[in-house]
Design a protein around this ligand. Sequence first.
Ligand SMILES: [Zn+2]
Length: 540
Amino acid sequence: VDRADLIVLGGTVFAHAGAVVRDGGVAVTAGRVVAVGTAGEIAGFAGSGTEVVDLDGGMVLPGFQDVHIHPVSGGMHAQRCGLHDLEGRVAYRDAIAAYAAAHPSRAWISGGGWSMDAFPGGTPTAAELDAIVADRPVYLVNRDGHGAWVNSRALHLAGIDRTTPDPARGRIERDAAGDPTGTLHEEAADLVGRLVPEPTAAEWEEAVRIGQAHLHRLGITAWQDAMVTPEIEAAYRAVAASDRLTARVEGNLLWEAGRGMEQLEDLVARRDRGPVGRLRLRGVKIFQDGVMENFAAAVREPYLDASGTPTTNRGIAMHEPDELAAMVTALDAAGFQVHIHAIGDRAVGDALDAYAAAAAAHGRRDARHCIAHLQLVHPDDVPRFGALGVVAAAQPYWAFADAYLTDLTIPFIGPERTRWTYPLASLLRAGARLAFGSDWTVSTADPLLEIEVAVTRVDPASRTGPPFLAAERIGIRDALDAFTAGSAFANHLDGTGRIVPGASADLVVLDRDVLDPANGPVGDAAVRMTLVEGDPVYVA
Ligand SMILES: [Zn+2]
């Protein structure tokens, strides 16, 4: 037997959903897996120079891969007024006041991460901010990135008053008299956002490092960045060029809704600058709608009003179906992987139609196109994922009954459509390739908490109450598979996502075997070590 550089043994090996070895181990040489087997077999690979990691009854899995995440915005938020980890208005107000006091020379107070459910109707007011900071403009993006909370000084600087029309793909929240109240939805946020000073290149690079360190700590070895702006691209390239990008990053460039087909040339040019280190940019992200809570997700049948009566509002489709099909067909022909944001059932259907149109135009290729979010999927569309080979890029953490669902969504879609919410088990049963991601900083980036919700559909903070749509819970092996092999497939990172001979030794070591229910809720497990190509990138 050859000697290995590294052996990991003495616990459970989740090699992939079809291969679990209890009291097993893994041998690694030159960054690749050379053997998976029982602890006894793997011990035979030990030599004088072999590093030995004792699982101590814990578990080793393929490194987690996040199929839809914004790590660099996360790292930037950490350098701004960040509210993500806080709950409630009082905590927000204290944090904003503390940040303003600590940064007296910042011309703008910017940042974000507030949650809509902390405010009546999901819409905080300028007056509440004015009481904290009146002399400087404040611009705070909400947790899901689809709106902003601003103070009166910011409204004034942007020239927003009762005479300002709503932009085409956005809405200014107003009082009965028509005056802006301080919440700006979707593209209305840009009216103020474009005035906020841009971060420096050094701050963007620091954001990559902060985001990466956070994700390695959570056992994540690769991700699909859902939106790589030119600033974020430059930062990734700089970090990768100096060998500090230890994660594998698949990046999506943004299709700008306000521009036409001529942008294809720019996207091709950016992609064709080529990969650097572990960075590759070969996807394009398209927004097809907004979010449910502000009625901007595109739905087939209109939203209901507070009394349950149908309105005439079917949300905002960013692109007409034929326009979306033409865009996707052109991107597919140019060799891009397309990643469509679709929350409402109409947006999901339009996205599937567009992928079908691309396949009809020039045949199916191994594109692994994705649809992300999938909040409301019409039952007729569930089998189309498998049939079209479209990856269901889901955010399992969203599938419990939090206030976003119970107060801000369910009353406005009614009971029938509520049953179509995050239909993970239905998608799996119908043959969809499921991949998991967090959409951090929208919600936690912790795969173990996300997997817990996929399995329980109960709030992992309280762990009480009935599951939300119990029939849509999935098994723990399927959930682990979606966060490893499923996302690796979606990320085109073949040779990762499974622990098999020849695969890259991208691994995560947990303190317990999460397949054994006796070890408690999955979300309580802790990451002990994260490795990429056999090198530790995080050690607890
Ligand atoms: Zn996103």
